[in-house]
Design a protein around this ligand. Structure first.
Ligand SMILES: Cc1cc2nc3c(=O)[nH]c(=O)nc-3n(C[C@H](O)[C@H](O)[C@H](O)COP(=O)(O)OP(=O)(O)OC[C@H]3O[C@@H](n4cnc5c(N)ncnc54)[C@H](O)[C@@H]3O)c2cc1C
Length: 223
């Protein structure tokens, strides 16, 4: 694949599209993942290059319409990193029979994208996790849902959304993509080592982890 490591965002579009399943994401020493091709299995179909959002930079076809909004529910805002609009939009999709994809903590506090089908599970996706989320093969799950005409709300970094759109290759009426403003994801390996250091320092297990906790700084709005 004709792309250097410095340009690759690790969006996984190439991994998901590969018909030979011969591309795997491998970690570097900072824990960022990059595609590695098994050249023995590769049939040089070039689909990986075809879907790469760095090789094929998306072109903005029209200027976006901008709205500003904030969730008036104090509790939802408290559990969200910004104005809690993600929760509002995701709830609408779930209540209309759709599914929501976003970043959640795994039991060992790694960050990974999951599918959420019930409003009561949305709390798992709420709140920014300031570390690169592991997408695994989630783009394939998104496509499966869209082919079954299920409404999909996919939330992620702009690089992840770029990868998803390239992988899908066309617009779907049932798909809502929501990217967050993001100037880069911190290293997953530094994060994992930090957790390990905390456990050692306090000789304890971690029960809950939050970034940018608002407990002491929430501005109350009258609902
Ligand atoms: C790595 C990162 C960097 C960011 N940088 C900025 C910034 O520079 N300036 C700024 O204004 N805002 C930034 N944000 C966005 C901001 O923190 C809020 O997430 C965003 O404004 C949405 O707020 P909310 O209250 O509506 O939803 P929230 O409940 O806060 O956000 C939940 C949504 O964020 C998604 N999400 C959480 N963590 C990740 C992750 N690691 N990767 C992909 N998606 C994730 C979830 O899937 C969910 O959909 C960043 C977020 C992340 C994750």
């Amino acid at each position: 694949m004709n792309i250097s490591k410095k340009d690759c965002t690790g969006c996984t579009a190439c991994v998901n599209v590969c018909p030979q399943k011969c591309i795997n994401m491998t970690k570097d020493r900072e824990g960022f993942t990059y595609p590695k091709i098994d050249k023995e299995k590769c049939v040089y179909c070039n689909l990986c290059e075809h879907v790469c959002p760095i090789i094929n930079k998306p072109v903005l076809k029209r200027h976006p319409i901008i709205y500003a909004a904030i969730n008036s529910n104090n509790l939802i805002r408290e559990n969200s990193s910004s104005g809690g609009v993600f929760y509002l939009l995701a709830n609408v999709v779930l209540n209309n029979g759709g599914v929501v994809f976003g970043a959640a903590f795994s039991p060992d506090f790694r960050v990974t994208h999951i599918k959420c089908e019930r409003p009561e599970d949305l709390y798992k996706l709420q709140g920014s996790k300031y570390v690169q989320s592991d997408l695994n093969h989630i783009f394939r799950d998104v496509k499966q849902a869209l082919l079954r005409k299920i409404p999909v709300y996919f939330s992620g970094t702009p690089c992840q959304i770029g990868g998803l759109q390239q992988y899908l290759g066309r617009n779907y009426d049932e798909l809502i993509c929501q990217d967050i403003i993001c100037h880069g994801v911190p290293s997953p390996e530094v994060y994992v080592r930090y957790i390990e250091a905390l456990k050692k320092q306090y000789n304890a297990q971690i029960e809950k982890l939050e970034f940018r906790n608002k407990r002491k700084g929430l501005v109350q709005l009258s609902n």
